[in-house]
Design a protein around this ligand. Structure first.
Ligand SMILES: Cc1cc2nc3c(=O)[nH]c(=O)nc-3n(C[C@H](O)[C@H](O)[C@H](O)COP(=O)(O)OP(=O)(O)OC[C@H]3O[C@@H](n4cnc5c(N)ncnc54)[C@H](O)[C@@H]3O)c2cc1C
Length: 339
């Protein structure tokens, strides 16, 4: 048992893509859910995400298994939430490793001719690339908003622009809800899905959550229609077309990204930078998700992870644990007590 039945009354702190998914799935499973965010849903790091849905070469550890299951979990969500803004273009990775890597399930190594067929705009297709046809990408803000809307449709209450200042406990030390800038909210279970702020919210309870802030930059580019067909991952950038005249790139510098895009694709001479944003990713110390109840504080549950756009739909498993009170085997290696 991870939780008792009264824990069906939940406050989820943080309406990024993780908290929105947990709130949606828990409300759908019959929990009494209140979702609280200091700002607007999705406006944290989620809004700055490149939002590739895939394993990104991660082969081992609990996150690898969960990432592999993610496309299937997204398909379930798409069936439940028609119009969920997710696209399935596949991904092509090359030049990241010096030698041909061992590919994972659902991936294959393809030759230059196949790469050229998949990305006809390339000036010089690499000799080989890893093709993951099942990969996709999300409009991360759009998915988050749709999950919040879905949670509301199942009865969840959503408080935006409401900071949670503390987790409340009763005389026995059990979680009793949260204190917010607008007053207290009562609940038997509090899910901390507050991204980089999770550690600061847990610390006053004597709970150390080893999550580091990890900044990364998203570049928004104007580009001709159809320049990039798949999610492209190489040493210079992660790159994808998000609209007929727009590309998004996750990369280190604007100048290098522009030079690399122009030299990698034909017809890219006029690609220009429209803007950029820095997102601060919550990065667990060992890179693996931190998901589950905290034994020392009954009623406290953590949901913080990296590559959380990919992992977000596993909010379904989190909700199952929270609502049914039965530990989910797929999350067994994600617990805080491994540290
Ligand atoms: C450039 C870049 C590229 C990326 N590329 C990918 C990728 O390709 N694929 C992938 O899967 N992931 C990618 N990521 C990572 C991904 O974006 C994050 O893992 C994910 O968005 C984290 O979601 P979250 O819900 O945990 O955090 P957040 O979106 O930050 O949500 C946390 C929420 O908690 C709220 N909050 C904080 N404190 C409080 C408080 N005290 N009270 C109330 N609310 C509070 C915040 O306002 C925020 O809305 C990328 C990130 C960046 C920056």
């Amino acid at each position: 048992m991870v939780n008792s039945p009264e824990s069906r009354e939940l406050v989820v702190v943080g309406a990024g893509i993780v908290g929105a998914s947990v709130a949606y799935h828990a409300a759908r499973a019959g929990a009494d859910v209140t979702l609280v965010d200091v700002g607007r849903p999705g406006a944290g790091v989620t809004a700055q995400s490149f939002a590739w849905i895939g394993t990104a070469g991660v082969r081992t550890g609990p996150s690898a298994r969960l990432r592999m299951a993610a496309p299937q979990e997204y398909r379930l969500l798409e069936a439940e939430l028609p119009g969920l803004p997710v696209t399935w273009s596949g991904s092509l990775s090359w030049g990241v490793a010096d030698t041909v890597p061992e590919v994972g399930p659902g991936e294959e190594v393809v030759d230059a001719a196949t790469v050229a067929r998949l990305e006809p705009g390339l000036r010089q297709p690499p000799e080989w690339a890893v093709w993951a046809p099942g990969d996709g990408a999300a409009d991360p803000l759009g998915v988050t908003e749709r999950l919040v809307e879905g949670a509301r449709a199942y009865g969840a209450r959503v408080h935006a622009d409401t900071p949670v200042v503390a987790v409340r406990r009763d005389a026995t030390g059990r979680v009793a809800g949260v204190e917010t800038g607008a007053g207290p909210l009562t609940a038997a279970t509090v899910v901390l899905a507050a991204g980089v702020a999770t550690a600061a919210l847990a610390a006053p309870l004597g709970v150390q959550v080893p999550v580091d802030p990890s900044p990364a930059t998203l570049f928004r580019l104007r580009a001709p229609a159809g320049l990039v067909r798949t999610v492209v991952h190489n040493r210079d950038f992660d790159l994808r077309q998000v609209a007929p005249d727009r590309l998004h790139a996750a990369a280190d510098s604007a100048e290098h990204t522009l030079t690399a895009v122009r030299s990698t694709f034909r017809g890219a001479a006029d690609v220009e930078l429209l803007g950029s944003g820095i997102g601060v990713r919550p990065m667990p110390a060992d890179g693996e998700p931190i998901i589950g109840p905290v034994a020392a504080v009954p009623g406290l549950y953590l949901a913080v992870m990296h590559a959380a756009v990919t992992l977000a739909p596993i909010g379904r498993l989190v909700a199952q644990e929270l609502v049914d009170g039965v530990a989910e085997p797929a999350l067994a290696d994600c617990r805080l007590d491994r540290f």
